[in-house]
Design a protein around this ligand. Structure first.
Ligand code: GAL
Length: 640
């Protein structure tokens, strides 16, 4: 697949006199894609039913005639003021019961039927008008579901639809809800929480102390399903009028909805990669780590999402927005080290991205993002990213098409486990995402190419080793696949610790096929406590005590089991530090005959079908194994 570049453009922000020049300059730079329209509702429909498409017709025409391919966004992330005035209760409500206000974006509740109707209306009109436009080569639904904490809404609309969702989930005879089934599943006898009717059930916020975790988990599932339903509403309309591929642009470390479920309805997964913003805002890291990587971003965080969204997109994925320079929204917003925009672009391609689009073409002189860099400065002078994109363009000319081979190892990431760990963490700071990411980091530090798998994956036999840390409830189909596979499967901590209704499984956890082990008790630990492992590394934060005949293959210095194995199943009985996870991954790869590399800090590698890429994420040169990689350097080698 040929790799391409693009940008995000807002014709409605600029005078028409410069559209032609902008389009020509994009084309001259070699860009293929230009994404437009995703926030333009107030200019498309300034008042109810009064449309102005003339400007968008012209913008698409100018861009298309310059040779660019347009990605047209549906504008539903920014309903204009009149939509909110028409449906005041479409606004999402936060966990404190406060309605969120108009004046920025994403101010809608997924459960509001009136807003869904407005959505269907505007999407239909756009799809009819541009569905067959030869220059509109792809569509984007909405913009960044979940950004700004916008999945969970505690509105009346959400409460009413949640009751309907529960009736369907706990359907009894005659397809009506069976409230006794719900009471039993949730364990509502505890604290006299039993209901006699679904209409008594409220949303799980503002309770005196913590709400029932089973209630919260169902609310989280419902909230995720609402996103799927909302996105599907748009996709179903678009597909009636266009054959162009449809994408959504996901974000980094947003886990409040199941991206695999949304992704199944789309042709392409894309995501918005802001490495420096993420390092300050979303990566769990020490101050030293932040200081070392502040101009480069975390060396693994972007790659993790590349691999995750490759799974969400079933191999087809893009970067829809690539950080071009300093952003405006993180606690600190440094400029990238020269060369990093190029490195981020190549790293995405090495992980299989079809396209990388830079956000945004020109820095905005007004409103919220004035301090966010673009490819051009507001005065249209090219900024640093422009030149780095030009360099990538030149390099792409002689680059072979990039195809991702199957990864060396597999790692399962499961959104429902993320919700479960959040709902019942046992101590402060525990995060399922961090556990999975720590294992991923260990894999990358050993030079491995990783495939992230959805929890409904059946094809485990394709791998020698599958890591499934922290999978709190193992869905039945996956349990069967795990029981049947030849692959070695690494579980724990907390794997199989709850059933689908958030209860301790019969007997005791873990409920894992082919493993005779019982977690007799768990404990959580202060951040300052480390339980050293014999041979290096430590357990931290969370620990389980096992009763088992399975063989301990990793122990604490006091001789307690830290990891056990039985046949091809292994279980890690706690959260490990970086050195601990590295030992586990290295040992498993050794046993499976998978080659690992002992990479120095900051050096990362990734293979495609034809090439091996090396990336230096450090601000200084790395010399390793006879190879010298400059700071922010990328080396491409033909694969022997
Ligand atoms: C993204 C968003 C863009 C822009 C960008 C700034 O989250 O999709 O519209 O706001 O961040 O970094």
């Amino acid at each position: 697949m040929k790799r391409t570049l693009g940008t995000c453009y807002y014709p409605e922000h600029w005078s028409r006199d410069i559209w032609e020049r902008d389009a020509q300059q994009m084309a001259d730079l070699g860009l293929t894609w230009v994404r437009i329209g995703e926030f333009a509702w107030s200019r498309l429909e300034p008042s109810p039913g009064q449309f102005d498409f003339e400007w968008l017709d012209q913008a698409i025409d100018i861009l298309g005639r310059a040779g660019l391919r347009v990605v047209l966004g549906t504008p539903t992330a920014t309903p204009p003021r009149w939509v909110v005035d028409k449906h005041p209760d479409m606004i999402a409500v936060d966990a404190q019961g406060r309605p969120r206000k108009f004046g920025s974006r994403r101010h809608y509740c997924f459960s509001h039927a009136g807003y869904r109707d407005e959505t269907a209306r505007i999407v239909t009109i756009l799809a009819k008008r541009y569905g067959k436009n030869p220059y509109v080569a792809a569509w984007q639904t909405d913009n960044e579901y979940g950004c700004h904490d916008t999945i969970l809404s505690y509105s009346d609309a959400a409460r009413n639809e949640f009751r309907g969702w529960l009736r369907a989930r706990y359907a009894g005879a005659g397809n009506d809800g069976d409230i006794d089934a719900l009471n039993a599943a949730w364990g509502n006898v505890f604290w006299s929480m039993e209901y006699s009717d679904f209409d008594q059930i409220d949303l799980p916020n503002l309770t005196v102390t913590e709400p029932n975790p089973a209630h919260v988990l169902d609310f989280r599932r419902f909230s995720s399903d609402q996103v799927v339903r909302y996105n599907r509403l748009q996709v179903d309309i678009l597909r009636q009028y266009t054959d162009a591929p449809i994408a959504h642009n996901y974000m980094g470390r947003i886990t409040d909805f199941d991206h695999y479920d949304v992704g199944r309805d789309l042709d392409i997964a894309s995501w918005d990669s802001y490495p420096l913003g993420f390092l300050e805002d979303r990566v769990t890291a020490s101050e030293d780590h932040r200081a070392l990587f502040y101009r480069q971003g975390d060396p693994d965080f972007q790659a993790f999402h590349h691999d995750l969204y490759r799974a969400v997109g079933r191999e087809r994925w893009w970067i829809m927005e690539q950080q071009p320079g300093p952003v405006n929204w993180a606690p600190y917003n440094p400029a990238p080290l020269p060369g990093m925009v190029r490195l981020w672009t190549w790293e995405a391609f090495a992980h299989g991205a079809e396209a990388v689009c830079y956000f945004r073409w020109r820095q905005a002189p007004m409103a919220q993002e004035q301090m966010h860099a673009g490819m051009l400065r507001p005065d249209s002078v090219p900024a640093a990213a422009y030149h780095e994109a030009a360099q990538v363009m030149a390099e792409l000319a002689d680059a072979p098409a990039v195809t991702c081979p199957k990864g060396d190892v597999a790692l399962i990431f499961d959104y429902q486990s993320q919700w479960a760990w959040e709902i019942q963490p046992h101590c402060q700071g525990l995060s399922y995402f961090d556990i999975v990411f720590d294992v991923y980091r260990a894999m990358r530090s050993l030079g491995l190419s990783v495939d992230i798998l959805a929890p409904d994956t059946q094809d485990l036999d394709a791998y020698g080793v599958v890591f499934a840390p922290g999978l709190m409830h193992i869905p039945a189909a996956l349990e069967q696949a795990m029981a049947a596979t030849q692959a070695r499967v690494i579980h724990g901590p907390r794997s199989g610790a709850r059933d689908a209704s958030f209860n301790i499984p019969d007997g005791l956890p873990p409920k894992i096929a082919n493993l005779d082990a019982t977690v007799s008790y768990v404990e959580s630990l202060r951040p300052s406590v480390q339980i050293p492992l014999a041979g290096g590394g430590a357990m931290r934060s969370y620990r389980e005590h096992l009763e088992t005949q399975a063989e301990a293959i990793l122990t604490t210095t006091e001789g307690a089991a830290a990891m056990v194995e039985q046949g091809s199943v292994a279980y890690v009985c706690g959260i490990l530090d970086d050195a601990g996870w590295r030992r586990v991954v290295e040992n498993e790869c050794d046993r499976a005959g998978i080659v690992t590399l002992d990479l120095p800090m900051g050096l990362r590698t990734r293979v495609t079908e034809t090439e091996r890429f090396w990336f230096n994420h450090l601000p200084h040169q790395i010399t390793w194994n006879g190879m010298t990689v400059p700071p922010a350097g990328v080396i491409r080698q033909a694969k022997s």
